[in-house]
Design a protein around this ligand. Structure first.
Ligand code: ZN
Length: 180
């Protein structure tokens, strides 16, 4: 079974504030873009309730990205080639898995998807906070980890508000035409 440490093997190599902020900026931007895309899709498919949840999550990602840009003011962030990021599987930790998106997704499922992304983001920052050799990076990462923990807490609250969908949640009497 994978765990936080295995998923984030590369975090001990994040040894400059610039490199850490570059990782954080990509993570937050990709999270915001992913949430926005899912929200747009939900809105198009007439699921405004779920769309609103994802737009809210996208907003958090953009706010966090702005915070990172503020911290990076006066610094030159490195351009990191995709294969050199500290995360292992190519996708940044907070980008929601688009393959799990369904146009009839219910709030409970959308929230579960977002929760998974937020937990991964928390895991990434927590791992940096534990493994970096640089004090300033450990401090920043711990601060970001606690913000992600707050998102996890918030989502957990939302999840409690929405009942589990019944087993026929994806039954559509008039399904959209799907390309082959
Ligand atoms: Zn977050």
């Amino acid at each position: 079974m994978r765990n936080v440490t295995e998923d984030n093997k590369g975090t001990s190599g994040i040894d400059t504030v610039e490199l850490f902020l570059a990782h954080a900026l990509t993570l937050e931007n990709e999270a915001a873009d992913g949430y926005q895309e899912i929200g747009d899709s939900m809105a198009v498919h007439n699921n405004p309730e779920v769309a609103a949840l994802f737009f809210q999550m996208a907003k958090y990602g953009r706010m966090h990205a702005d915070e990172v840009k503020g911290l990076a003011a006066g610094l030159t962030l490195p351009h990191i080639p995709p294969w050199e990021y500290a995360w292992q599987d190519g996708a940044s930790p907070e980008s929601p898995s688009m393959d799990k998106v369904h146009y009839m997704m219910r709030p409970a499922q959308a929230l579960a998807l977002a929760l998974r992304a937020e937990r991964q983001a928390h895991g990434f920052y927590a791992s940096v906070a534990e493994t970096s050799k640089v004090h300033r990076i450990r401090d920043l990462a711990a601060q970001f980890a606690s913000e992600e923990a707050e998102h996890v807490r918030l989502l957990t609250e939302w999840i409690a508000k929405y009942p589990d969908p019944d087993q026929h949640w994806d039954f559509d009497p008039d399904p959209p035409a799907m390309p082959e």
